[in-house]
Design a protein around this ligand. Sequence first.
Ligand code: PLP
Length: 228
Amino acid sequence: MNSNLKERISAVKKRIDQACAKVGRDPSLVRLVAVSKKKPAEMIRAAYELGLRDFGENYAQDLQAKAEALNDLRDIRWHFIGKLQRNKARSVAQIATLIHSVHSQDLVEKLDHICAETGPLSILVQLNISEEDSKSGIAPDALPSLMEKISVMPNLTCVGLMTIPPPVDDSEQVRPIFRQMRIIRDKLAAKHPQLTQLSMGMTDDLEVAIQEGATLVRVGTAIFGPRE
Ligand SMILES: *Cc1c(COP(=O)(O)O)cnc(C)c1O
């Protein structure tokens, strides 16, 4: 299993390097978040031993269980990428380096309240670019006022934006969505210079995302294999 994992990780790193080369970006500015959802803690440990440090989980309970099982790995960084329920916000805020999926004003207020006690927290706001009802996220129109609110919260910092595009057959179809993310970020960054991160791109579309400016790619299947 380990040699397989090693090969998969180097293949993903190669894809990242090639996508960066194509548009003249520095690969050290694209962080690989290995999405370990539904995979056992021991597989995460193996990936850590092969050099990965950033791992993404999308269920609060799984995040907590895996963080406990791996608490000897001092410099591991956990990213929360799933739909966050209010009643799980505290436990996630205490574990995660970055919450990618902040999808409502209500959740922003809850997190602000929590980190007044638990300390500073970095978040990304999840945007719903494709305006699909089924996808969660903030509408682009609502973003400027939400950013204003967050900017006066002493313990909460929004460092960027995240999106999950709808499933498509050809990754070129999501390019306009990723490009839109970049445009929205650039526009807001004039007023909010801490908005440096764009979390976009997964196994099937990481090249396109990187070409459009992704700084965090969330890759599951290409690293850990298919999920049941
Ligand atoms: C599962 C998941 C991923 C990883 O998807 P793959 O296609 O397996 O790379 C990325 N982001 C989010 C939010 C996910 O839930």
